[in-house]
Design a protein around this ligand. Structure first.
Ligand SMILES: C[S@@+](CC[C@H](N)C(=O)[O-])C[C@H]1O[C@@H](n2cnc3c(N)ncnc32)[C@H](O)[C@@H]1O
Length: 300
């Protein structure tokens, strides 16, 4: 082999290494599709909190407390945490004595949800976890007093549409709390992370008011906003009143082993750990509604 061939081979390997580093470490599979993101999070679920090293004091001071304060005039707020992961936001909020509401945490990684269940056991009576894709939120318009999505928009295809979906299920007057990736890695997340001014403009283009984007963590800005319009909707209600079938939009009725759609008849199981598995819904003949679902015990 000539020297030139060796150099070319080495350069090729370095480029391949950089490409893989970008694809799997920086972008966490985001440009390969949700299947890759979920694969990585399922795989890392047990180690996630150890890697993140959330400081409980910081979580209370910079997340739980300001969020609880923003909801203090609502007697029993209903909160949706999209891409809840291991339940970081539900924990921070439910630890606040001033918060007297309920939280629904939704995520597409089943193993992250199982971790969330284990880490929030003390709040189980005020918390529900749902296995579902954030791109199709299974709720009516104007349902929640608060919708949050932390450290996740950059991993979901078409983040602009996801933002619109978050706002759709938020009630007028309700609080939106979302993050936008910043820092050097954001430059390598085209179409997923936005310069601060652009993110602000993107939020202002939605039916939102009081938009405020502030520095939060080294890698994230935090954006606050209220949904425009005359306040209505919100408040804690039974799940059957707010859940919608992700397949046909029909109402879901509680049955012994899950929720059944009154429209298309699909059955969505409730797993042994309590997670509502919309992503694993089956129709009347026992066929899957959504590909990729699994009814095996997660986290095993
Ligand atoms: C960096 S973690 C953030 C978790 C949590 N919000 C936090 O702040 O710790 C990103 C989360 O987004 C979830 N996620 C990625 N794509 C998703 C999608 N299409 N629908 C729902 N969740 C998704 C992942 O499974 C993962 O739990």
């Amino acid at each position: 082999m000539t020297a030139l061939a060796w150099v070319s081979l080495l350069a090729g390997l370095v480029l391949l290494g950089l490409l893989l580093y970008w694809l799997f470490i920086i972008a966490e599979g985001a440009y390969l599709g949700p299947w890759a993101v979920v694969l990585l999070y399922d795989w890392a679920a047990r180690a996630y909190e150890r890697i993140k090293q959330y400081d409980p004091g910081d979580e209370q001071w910079f997340l739980g407390l300001p969020l609880a304060r923003s909801l203090e005039l609502v007697p029993a707020p209903l909160v949706l945490d999209v891409a809840t992961g291991t339940g970081r936001l539900p924990r921070a909020l439910l630890r606040q004595p001033a918060f007297a509401g309920r939280v629904i945490g939704l995520d597409l990684s089943r193993r992250m949800l199982h971790e969330a269940v284990e880490r929030t056991a003390q709040f189980a009576d005020r918390l529900t976890f749902i296995w579902q894709d954030a791109r199709c939120l299974p709720f009516d318009d104007d349902t929640f007093d608060c919708v949050t999505c932390l450290e996740a928009l950059e991993f979901i295809p078409r983040p602009r549409e996801v933002l619109a979906e978050l706002v759709r299920v938020l009630r007028p007057g309700g609080v939106l709390l979302v993050t936008n990736r910043i820092g050097w890695e954001a430059r390598f997340l085209p179409g997923r992370a936005f310069p601060r001014a652009e993110f602000e403009a993107l939020l202002r283009a939605l039916p939102l008011e009081g938009v405020k984007v502030q520095p939060w963590q080294a890698a994230y800005d935090l954006a606050w906003a209220l949904k425009s319009g005359d306040p209505h909707g919100g408040g804690v209600r039974p799940l059957e009143q707010i859940l919608r079938c992700p397949n046909c939009g029909g109402r879901l009725r509680r049955e012994e082993d899950g929720f059944r759609c009154v429209g298309c008849g699909r059955l969505y199981p409730v797993a042994a750990d309590g997670v509502i598995e919309l992503h694993a819904g089956v129709d009347g003949q026992g066929k899957r509604a959504v590909r990729g679902g699994s009814k095996q015990t997660p986290g095993s």
